[in-house]
Ligand binder design. Sequence first.
Ligand SMILES: Nc1nc2c(c(=O)[nH]1)N[C@H]1C(S)=C(S)[C@@H](COP(=O)(O)OP(=O)(O)OC[C@H]3O[C@@H](n4cnc5c(=O)[nH]c(N)nc54)[C@H](O)[C@@H]3O)O[C@H]1N2
Ligand SMILES: Nc1nc2c(c(=O)[nH]1)N[C@H]1C(S)=C(S)[C@@H](COP(=O)(O)OP(=O)(O)OC[C@H]3O[C@@H](n4cnc5c(=O)[nH]c(N)nc54)[C@H](O)[C@@H]3O)O[C@H]1N2
Ligand code: SF4
Ligand SMILES: [Mo]
Length: 678
Amino acid sequence: MPSEWRHSVCALDCPDACSLLVQVDSDTGRATRLKGTPEHPITQGFLCAKVSKYLDREYNADRLLYPMKRTGPKGSGQFERISWEQAIETIASRLKAIVEEHGSEAILPYSYAGTMGLLNSSGMDRRFFHRLGASRLDRTICASAGAAALMASMNTRLGTEPEQFPQSKLILAWGANVLTTNVHLWPFIVQARRNGARFVVIDPIRTKTASLADEHIPIHPGTDLALALGMAHVIFRDQLEDSEYIKHIEDLEEFRKVAASMPPSLAAELTGVPATKIEALARELATTTPAVIRVNYGVQRSDRGGRAVQAIVSLAAITGQFQHVGGGVNLSTSAGFEFNRQALERLDLQPHPTRLINMTLLGSALTELNDPPVKAMINYNSNPAAIAPDQVQVLRGLAREDLFTVVLEQFMTDTALRADIVLPATTFLEHTDLYLAYGHYYVQLARPAVAAPGECKSNVEVFRLLAKAMGFQDACFDDSNDDMIRQTLDSGSAFLKGITLEKLDAEHFVRLNLGAAVGEFLPFREGKFPTPHGRFITGGAALAYEPPVESRFGQAASKTYPLELISWKNHDSMNSTFGNRPDVDQDTAKVILHPVDAAARNIADNTPIRLFNERGAVEAIAKLDEKHVQPGVVCAPSVRWPSKSRNGLGINALTSQRLTDLGQGATFYSCLIEVEAC
Ligand SMILES: Nc1nc2c(c(=O)[nH]1)N[C@H]1C(S)=C(S)[C@@H](COP(=O)(O)OP(=O)(O)OC[C@H]3O[C@@H](n4cnc5c(=O)[nH]c(N)nc54)[C@H](O)[C@@H]3O)O[C@H]1N2
Ligand SMILES: Nc1nc2c(c(=O)[nH]1)N[C@H]1C(S)=C(S)[C@@H](COP(=O)(O)OP(=O)(O)OC[C@H]3O[C@@H](n4cnc5c(=O)[nH]c(N)nc54)[C@H](O)[C@@H]3O)O[C@H]1N2
Ligand code: SF4
Ligand SMILES: [Mo]
């Protein structure tokens, strides 16, 4: 049968932002195969396990195909099909009535990175909500602590190019499960190891990444700040800092002082990492060039997570690693994409300044907020019923009969199940979008590779329709996708010079103009941080260590809830996306316990257990494994669909709305629980 290969871009929330090739049957227009683009320097022709199977999701019988309205009680799953005209008209008239009675800030958008495409995640939607004067959403659920840390220290978020990793002699994966969450970095690490690099993983869990490393250093959850300070202590004590490069540090003396208060013996007590190991790792980092730290978001999902990231980045600064190709730190590359956000998002359309609501605090926002209360929530690119912390409270909020909830979705998620109006959404294979990446420096464009099924519409189209129905006359609501892409690329930034829509259409992916050849981008070689004085800021006294509230040494430590829960990323899915798949469900139903903790509770392998604390309880199947976790730590592959869980609640029934020290982020990985057989 005749077929052709079309280009696309994986839109999932992943640093790799892969370039895809979609084989499409010319007769039927149906996609028949997916593969990674061989020529893309990061994708290198392969896809991760979950997206290799994406066509199962694309053509799944459970895809939402038509607009629907609720006919039974909230959450009952009783819906009837309606037309798009009816749906848009119902939404617009409800929103108008809410604005009239409670003011526009009673309307809350809720979205995250279900798609990373700019037009569909921060384009027409932002214009619509800004023009409406809705509350703004502070998008803190994932990366805000780490992002705030980079901003505090460097006032930008640039990271070592993946292409430089083969030159490294020491690679630290610090709270980074590379093989699961960032698999396209792996081949570069393999190359580095062939060239003699040592690969060390710092992680409370013995992940697959950790088990394949030269060394795995297990650490107590949330204690990375203490480890980083302990290492800095050794480096300063033994005068191993880079005496030239430290001139580029603004608050060096303050950093010395705070490090002096964390001798390796104390760091060892707090982190569970032996003092000899802390000494050795510190010396290795200081005396190996180039060394690179791949720190990932695992580190910052804890009370002290922001400052931990700042202290880790400071280690790279005092050891001068930013000077060398193959050195430095990689948390995110996103600041390289200096798009014209103002033109894309149009904050200026706001009729008046509006309040900011932290998405991590959704449970409180829906149940406690007043003046005005949230009366309407429009949800897209996110599944808060599964992914937001303090799930019992979130579900209580979503159950409010007086809350008008609209959900734009591809599947009947737990959030969609609780909607008043459900709108069927396109997938990334079906719409146009522009992509940045947070794990590399290539801008990408995707055009629809296949037709949208049923009556699915893109978020851009839906918000365009809603704007019209609300009577918004502004010309920006008539912009085509291409208009929006042109506006976004037109920022005057040197990094984007020459990168046009036409070029992207012809080439699909284009490297940013970083002013350096591939693999040679060293923005901080001579300091020159974009901070007020051009110097790096460690944070100094603000880095003083305190244990996370919910941890073995924290304020909330108790005999009632003695176990530390980490609900990390599942290898085979993407947050709650793919939650529709039965096989994902079986994998995520298992929770890993250390045999010592299990024995103390009479829990046998492969038996049902109940995990609980004062916020909620979750049922799962115990998997005993003395290799994966240390005693005292419980590990749950994170967010499954609550409706598919044993007792209708997911792991986030246990996590709290406590926020991080920087960036007001979520503290998913600082969570105390107890476990019992059931
Ligand atoms: N397969 C897959 N890939 C994904 C995702 C997914 O759900 N599945 N999600 C995507 C998203 S949204 C994101 S944000 C990224 C996240 O990517 P990562 O940050 O790499 O993923 P996490 O699993 O959150 O955390 C990484 C590691 O940190 C460890 N960790 C937890 N607490 C601590 C701690 O206190 N200290 C240290 N040192 N380590 C700790 C965890 O055990 C885990 O192995 O991955 C993206 N990629
Ligand atoms: N316990 C625990 N909780 C966590 C985490 C954890 O590790 N542990 N991780 C946290 C992190 S890092 C993150 S980023 C969040 C992720 O939270 P979310 O951003 O909510 O991610 P997903 O669960 O993947 O849900 C994305 C939804 O968007 C939908 N979608 C995809 N593309 C489109 C589109 O084009 N249009 C529309 N309308 N919908 C679309 C998908 O069908 C999917 O249901 O979860 C957080 N929650
Ligand atoms: S999820 Fe990540 S690794 Fe998998 S195809 Fe998408 S961008 Fe690539
Ligand atoms: Mo995330």
